[in-house]
Design a protein around this ligand. Structure first.
Ligand code: PNS
Length: 161
């Protein structure tokens, strides 16, 4: 039974995130999509909204036999992973520019919890430039975000505007 944590802000979840979860499902029996509760960051969606959106869109992806659940956490990721008895942290790497930040986090997490591995997966090329930050930016400036996020996310963003 291999369990992974897929941590992030998911503000909002993008098609790139979903692509990584689908790929992760080929490697793990269970993936916990864990939303970081970060009171210092001004978010577009509340943690509850993000959690509800994630739960909905996860119903639509290819999971095979993999169990995919949504949760939220505060504090250290390695501590949360230990509580959940996870074997790995799953992260997506889009481009070389992601690598430095991800390497730093992976090595710090390894120092804090040597038994926990970080597994990096590459999303499909079509999502290699998609980030939650850019999705919010172009949306707020009136550009279409179709194809970058699930339709439900676009709908919820329009309702919030
Ligand atoms: O999607 P994001 O915002 O890039 O995800 C970043 C996240 C949530 C993975 C990272 O900020 C994190 O793990 N935060 C929890 C606090 C923590 O453990 N910090 C030390 C990381 S080395």
């Amino acid at each position: 039974m291999r369990r992974a944590i897929f941590p992030g802000s998911f503000d909002p979840v993008t098609n790139g995130h979903l692509d990584i979860i689908q790929r992760g499902c080929k490697l793990f029996d269970e993936i916990i999509v864990a939303i970081l509760v970060n009171p210092e960051k001004t978010a577009f969606f509340t943690v509850e909204e993000r959690s509800q959106i994630l739960a909905e869109v996860l119903k639509t992806i290819e999971r095979g036999d993999c169990r995919v659940t949504v949760d939220s956490f505060e504090g250290l990721l390695v501590q949360y992973a230990a509580e959940k008895e996870a074997h790995a942290i799953l992260r997506g790497i889009r481009a070389i520019s992601d690598y430095e930040y991800e390497l730093q986090m992976a090595l710090m997490n390894r120092r804090l919890q040597p038994r926990l591995e970080t597994v990096f997966m590459m999303p499909a090329e079509e999502y290699s430039y998609v980030s939650s930050r850019l999705v919010k930016e172009v949306f707020q400036l009136g550009a279409p975000i179709e194809g970058l996020v699930p339709p439900l996310v676009e709908e919820r963003m329009r309702q919030k505007k």
